[in-house]
Design a protein around this ligand. Structure first.
Ligand code: ATP
Ligand code: MG
Length: 343
């Protein structure tokens, strides 16, 4: 059996250039690199979309667009062992969540910092779903015996609770019940990343670019009209040093632009820095970055537009049929272990 790599990006808000460079591109590269030796599950965690309020009228379209973004970023779904599927089309995710819920302690869930962060300051609109979503995430992972789960550092605590639940149930019901995902240190090593890319907000470069940032000028959306994106880059906050430097400490805005330029142009950071560091004309530099962003968005949006709903839906249906079989088999094993089915 091939080791399973599993990952997903929520479809709640329109992704940014930061998400593209920090998540889509590395995930797709990782998937294509390991496709010969691993099973790749790139899924859309659609049931995770409304743990916080969203516009439900656009959710279905956003989910399909999320799949198109994987493809436009280069995911090769024609391969048999690369699968893209929607969580809510595999009912076993929800059923498994309930069983796992009953082996997860309220105390350990209450320590989840992401819940504390996302619920801070709110009083009456905090849902049980927001509290419980790490258990749904555990089900997403354990149903497919995933060993590697590439995710951001903000999700490490949820991966740890997944490991705890799996170890706890293996101890009670037999060691072969679940594959325990690799510990977080091993996950990072597998991803080959400890550099931690952080594209900065265009209006406050001490912060990262975030899709939930209410300020439209702070972020480049993947759906931004390229001319609008150009204006955002040209008016991006930099510094008053007067000389271009690659120095996140003192010139974070400038450094983030240098990084965007390198990543989008395919040049190395050293090459880009050699060309620009020491120069004084910020305007000329921003124009070059803006041109690169313009070309990227035009090309990316053309690629997305060329992918039909029909193609996406067919690919999803094929993978969802395959994944339903795998997930149902695992669910049956767990139902049997807990005594719901005859051994
Ligand atoms: P939100 O504001 O809703 O938290 P976000 O932009 O932070 O949105 P997430 O959904 O939290 O996005 O994260 C999706 C993926 O994008 C994660 O793997 C995360 O590490 C990556 N990512 C998010 N922002 C950046 C950024 N500015 N630079 C690089 N990677 C990023
Ligand atoms: Mg985030």
């Amino acid at each position: 059996m091939k080791d399973v790599i599993l990952t997903g990006v929520r479809a709640n808000e329109e992704p940014t250039l930061g998400n593209y460079l920090g998540a889509y591109v590395p995930m797709v590269e990782l998937s294509n690199r390991h496709a010969a030796t691993h099973q790749i599950n790139m899924f859309v965690p659609d049931l995770h979309s409304f743990t916080t309020p969203i516009d439900h009228a656009t959710l279905y379209e956003n989910i399909l667009r999320g799949v198109k973004y994987y493809l436009a970023a280069g995911l090769d779904i024609e391969r048999d062992n690369i699968d893209v599927y929607r969580q809510s089309f595999i009912p076993a995710h929800s059923e498994m969540t309930w069983i796992l819920d009953c082996f997860t302690y309220f105390g350990e869930m209450s320590r989840m910092t992401q819940f504390k962060d996302k619920s801070a300051g709110q009083t009456d609109s905090i849902t049980v779903g927001l509290f419980n979503y790490p258990v749904l995430m555990a089900a997403d992972i354990l149903l497919y015996d995933a060993k590697y789960v590439p995710l951001g550092e903000d999700q490490f605590q949820h991966l740890e609770i997944t490991r705890d639940i799996a170890l706890r149930m293996n101890n009670k019901f037999g060691q072969e019940l679940f594959t325990v995902p690799a510990p977080t240190a091993e996950q990072s090593k597998f991803m080959g990343r400890d550099k931690g890319l952080r594209i900065r907000s265009l209006t406050d470069p001490t912060k990262k670019m975030s899709k939930s940032d209410p300020s439209e000028n702070a972020k480049i959306l993947l759906s931004d009209d390229p001319d609008t994106a150009v204006k955002k880059i040209l008016s991006a906050t930099t510094d008053s040093v007067g000389v271009i430097n690659f120095d996140f400490e003192n010139q974070p805005g400038m450094s983030s632009l240098l990084q965007i330029l390198a990543l989008l142009s395919g040049k190395s950071q050293a090459e880009v820095n050699k060309e620009w560091v020491g120069k004084t004309r910020y305007g000329d530099f921003k124009k070059v970055v803006a041109d690169e962003v313009y070309m990227f968005l035009t090309d990316f949006q053309n690629r997305v537009a060329a992918i039909s709903d029909d193609y996406v839906l067919k690919a999803l249906a094929k993978s969802e049929a395959k994944m339903n079989k795998i997930a149902e088999r695992k669910l049956y094993k767990v139902q049997t272990a807990v005594g719901l089915r005859r051994a």
